[in-house]
Design a protein around this ligand. Sequence first.
Ligand SMILES: [Zn+2]
Length: 512
Amino acid sequence: MRIQDVLILDLDAPGATRGPVDIEIVDGRIARIAHSVRPNPQDSDTRLKLGAAAGRVIDGAGLLAIPGLVNAHLHSSGHFSRGLLDNLPLELFMLWELPPLEAEPSPPELYRARVLSGAVQMLKSGITSVMDDPIYTPEATDEAIDAVMGAYRDVGLRATVSIYQPNKTEYDWFPYLPQLLPPDLRRRMGEQSRPSTAQIMETYRAFCGRWHGAADGRLRCAASCSAPQRATDDYLIGLHKLAADWGLPLVMHVYESKVQRVAGELLYGRSLVRHVRDLGALDERTVVVHAVWVDDQDISDLAEASCTVVHSPSGNLRCGSGIMPYRDLMRAGVHMALCTDEATVEDTCSLWSAGRLAAQLHKITGPDYEAWPTAEEILRAMTEGGARAMGLRGEIGVLREGARADIVLIDLSTSNYVPMVNLPRHLVYGEDGRSIRMVMVDGKIVVEDGRVVTVDEEGLLEEARGLMASWAASLGSTERWADLLRPYVEEMYRRCVRFDVGFTRWLHDPAT
Ligand SMILES: [Zn+2]
C-alpha cells in the first residue's frame, strides 16, 4: 500500500511537518518514506511497476499523516458506565467501579461488548493503541479474559492488556476504615473470596501464553497490581518478576487521591512510591498512573527509576482528586504519557479531549507561564510517551521507516487548519477527530469515511441495548451495597481530607 503526496507530522522538523512524501507500507510496517515522485502518466512501465509494488494507492494530497494516538490507560470494563456517576471523590466513586461486596459475575459477552463499544469510539477519534486494565468482578476468569482479547483481535485496535486484580481485603487498603466499619459489614467484606497470589500468577502465565504477541504482535499482555496499597508484597514482587520474564509493562495506580497519600503515611509509614521502590518493583517497565499526590522525593524516585507516568486529566478533574505536578515531573526527567482513563470519567474516550484538558489545566497552577506545558509537549505525550509506556518505543507513536504503520490521515482543508499557523496547536487545541479521513493499524485500514470497517457498528449498538438489562440488574445490587457502605467511606474520606500531609494538590485544602 502507498500513501502518495502526503504531509507528515514531524515534531523535530521546522513547522512540525515534512513533505509532501510518499509512504510505502509493506507487511504492516512503514517500508519507505520518500519525497513524492509523480509517475509519468505516459510511461506505462513505471505506472505498472508502482501499482504492483504499492497495492492500493491512497491520494494523500491535502492530507496530514500523524502517528496513531496512544491511549496509555483505560478500563474497558467501564464503557457501559458513561454518565453513571458525577461529583463523587474517588473512594466513593469506586464503590460502583469495584463493588466490594457480592459483585455479580459479568458474562463474557458483556466484556466483549464493552471492549468493542470503546474501541469503535477510540478508533474513530484516531487512537490506534491502548493500554487496557480491565476490572474483572469478582475476579478474572479465562473466559472473560479471552472475551476481552478476542474483541481487540477482531476490531483491529493495538492493545496491551493487563488484569486489574487487587488481592487484599478492601478495608485493609484504607486508613481508618477497619475501625469505622460495623463488625457485621467488616466480617462480610473479609469473607469475600479472593484469589491467592499463586492462583493469580497462574492465571497471568496462562494469559501470557495464550495472548502475548497474538494477532501478529498487535496484542500484548501487561501486569497490573491495581495499586501498591491494594496488593500484598509477595504479589507485587511476583508481578514484577513476571513483567521482567515476559518483557511486559507493570501498571499501577499511585497517588491518585489524598486518601492514598494518607494511606501511605498511616499504613506503611512512608511514601507508596518508596514502598514500591524498596520492593525492587520500580524501574523502566513501571507505568505509574495518576501521580497527583507525589512529593518531591517521589518525583525524584520516579525519574531515577526511568518509569513512565500517565496523566489522566479527565479522571483527576471528574473525581476532584487534585492537579498533578506536570512540570515538576517533566523537569525531573519523568517520561509522560496521556490517557482517557475510564469512560465513567472521560465519556468521549477521546485523547483529543484529554490532551486539550492537559494543555489547559496546568495553566492555573501558577503564574510562571514558561512552566506551563506546551502543545508540542502534550502531543509527544499522546504519541511517543504512550509508545514508551507500552514498551513499543520506536515501533509506534512515530512515523519513520521501520515503524509499525499505525497512521491517521487528517484533512487539512477543514476550518481548524485554514489558515495554518502552528500545527501542534491546531492539533491539540482545535482537533476533535472530525478532520480524520482514514485510520490504519499495522497498515490495515480500520476507519474510512467515518466508519469502522472491521465490525458492524449498528449491530454492536443493538447488542449493547440487549445487554443493558442484565447490566442494570447487577448495578442494582452494587447500589444497595454502596448505599450501606457510603457513611463509613465518607467519614474515612473526611478524616483524610483534614490530615496534613505537608503539601496540597487542591486549590483549596482545609488541612493547610
Ligand atoms: Zn485507572
